[in-house]
Design a protein around this ligand. Structure first.
Ligand code: MTE
Length: 331
């Protein structure tokens, strides 16, 4: 796929920008009337409503942030496709749609994230693994990637907003990283953290969100065969809008668990708090397992819409991955 340079779209036109005071006013208003009411009024998207139509955006393959000219791992692609995850029950989503329709609140709350990633510096990345491990370490991302068993996997991906896609990720199993740092027996959870650089990611200037974005898994979930740390998609490095340089992919959970642009992983004994659960605990729980029988308080989860074709499909329990993960939730 040739790289086509898109002119910088970083600066939001004045006409689109909302003054801070208005934001703060809205935030206070939302707290006052409650999230549910706000949602019903269409005031608050949260992780909860698709807005733009990707098919209406007539632009070729989107920008990839600042990595495009300084890539040092391009030679690793394409990675060998793992035959265990080499087929899906549906066609792959077009690369165009997967790159043009994103959730990345650090950048913008709208879906056209690709327009605003020009300043996002995705080179010289480091990731710290700390906490309850025998061998805490700060990894230079290039060294880490080159020392890991890279593979390509086709996964279904389901957002809590009821849109879905099917994409080829390149990455390595989370448990390969855990093997490197050797969790202590007291470790029960992992806490993951995104970068915090508001000068590069304008959404982080929104004071009402508890930046940086944070997520968590149980250690058993992180060690599951399905759990991937992804560094690429569609046979090339992750574009900035998809969570460069490294992101989580947990395909049986709603997409908000799949935290992007990770800089820190900490192993803990206590269950960590999570970004969306702290924002609206009645709407976004820690487990976040895809489940057609449990509606979101504001909409049904019984069906999902493919982002490129608009086709509707029945939602599958655990997003179709029950044979791999159902045992984790037996009580
Ligand atoms: N990670 C960070 N750091 N910030 C975010 O806003 N959004 C989450 C998740 N990871 C988000 C994030 C949500 S709600 C979804 S659905 C997926 O990213 C979307 O991934 P995609 O844009 O690659 O499709």
């Amino acid at each position: 796929m040739p790289f086509i340079h898109i002119p910088p779209g970083w600066k939001i036109p004045e006409s689109r920008a909302t003054p801070e005071t208005v934001y703060i006013g809205l935030r206070g208003f939302l707290k006052t009337i409650g999230w549910g009411v706000a949602g019903a009024m269409g005031l608050w998207a949260g992780c909860g409503s698709g807005k733009s139509n990707p098919d209406a955006v007539a632009t070729p393959i989107p920008a990839t942030g600042s990595t495009a000219d300084v890539s040092t791992t391009g030679d690793l692609y394409p990675a060998r496709r793992n035959p265990r995850f080499g087929r899906l029950d549906r066609p792959l989503t077009s690369e165009y749609s997967a790159s043009m329709y994103n959730n990345f609140y650090e950048v913008t709350t709208s879906k056209d994230v690709w327009r605003y990633v020009e300043r996002f510096q995705t080179h010289s990345w480091q990731i710290e693994v700390s906490g309850l491990v025998e061998k805490p370490q700060v990894f230079d991302i290039d060294d880490l990637i080159r020392s890991m068993p890279l593979e390509e996997r086709l996964y279904r991906f389901r957002c809590v907003e009821a849109w879905a896609m099917a994409v080829p990720w390149t990455g390595f199993p989370f448990r390969a990283l855990l093997d490197r740092v050797q969790p202590k027996s007291s470790a029960k959870y992992v806490r993951l953290l995104t970068f915090f650089r508001p000068e590069e990611a304008p959404g982080q200037n929104a004071p009402w969100f508890p930046w940086p974005y944070y997520e968590g898994l149980t250690l058993a979930e992180a060690s599951n065969e399905l759990t991937l740390l992804a560094i690429g998609i569609y046979g090339r490095e992750l574009p900035a809008q998809d969570g460069a340089l490294i992101r989580l992919v947990v395909p049986w959970k709603y997409g908000y668990k799949s935290i992007k642009s990770i800089v820190s992983i900490e192993l803990t004994a206590e269950k960590p708090s999570t970004f969306w659960n702290d924002e609206a605990s009645n709407e976004y729980d820690f487990d976040a397992n895809v489940n057609p029988y449990v509606p979101h308080p504001r909409w049904s989860q019984a069906r999902e819409r493919m982002i490129d074709t608009g086709e509707f499909r029945d939602t599958q329990l655990y997003n179709g991955y029950a044979p791999y993960v159902a045992h984790l939730y037996k009580t």
